[in-house]
Write a protein that binds this ligand. Structure first.
Ligand SMILES: [Zn+2]
Ligand SMILES: [Zn+2]
Length: 121
């Protein structure tokens, strides 16, 4: 699989798990309790759990989606698992991914935190 194929697969995986109506390049918005109307983004559930527990879990995202300000992202453990399957989101890697929707603002908070910064300072 080429990197762009991986990205497409990953994106479709996220999209199909979230909503059937979503189309590939359509920018969707969601309502966040904290930030109101915001961009819809997708991250693995560890990224969200880590943010809630204030534990850094790493932050990886695809470089193949340059037009998207909030590309789908996942944690260091998911990165390790997907490396073991040669970049395929299948088996263990897929089982543990459990993508979740996050608002674009929350995504920025998660990114800053998991990359070592303090978004609350
Ligand atoms: Zn993860
Ligand atoms: Zn938010």
């Amino acid at each position: 699989m080429t990197p762009s194929n991986i990205t497409r697969f990953f994106r479709n995986l996220f999209r199909s798990s979230a909503t059937n109506a979503a189309r590939n390049n359509e920018r969707r918005t969601i309502h966040c309790d904290t930030h109101g109307q915001a961009d819809e983004t997708f991250v693995c559930h560890h990224v969200i759990d880590g943010l809630v527990r204030k534990e850094r879990v790493g932050f990886f995202w695809t470089a193949e989606d340059p037009d998207n300000p909030h590309p789908d992202a996942w944690c260091a453990e998911c990165e390790e698992r997907v490396k073991l399957t040669d970049g395929e989101w299948e088996g263990e890697a897929l089982e543990h991914l459990k993508p979740k929707i996050l608002c674009g603002e929350c995504y920025e908070v998660a990114k800053t935190f998991h990359m070592g910064g303090n978004p609350w300072s």
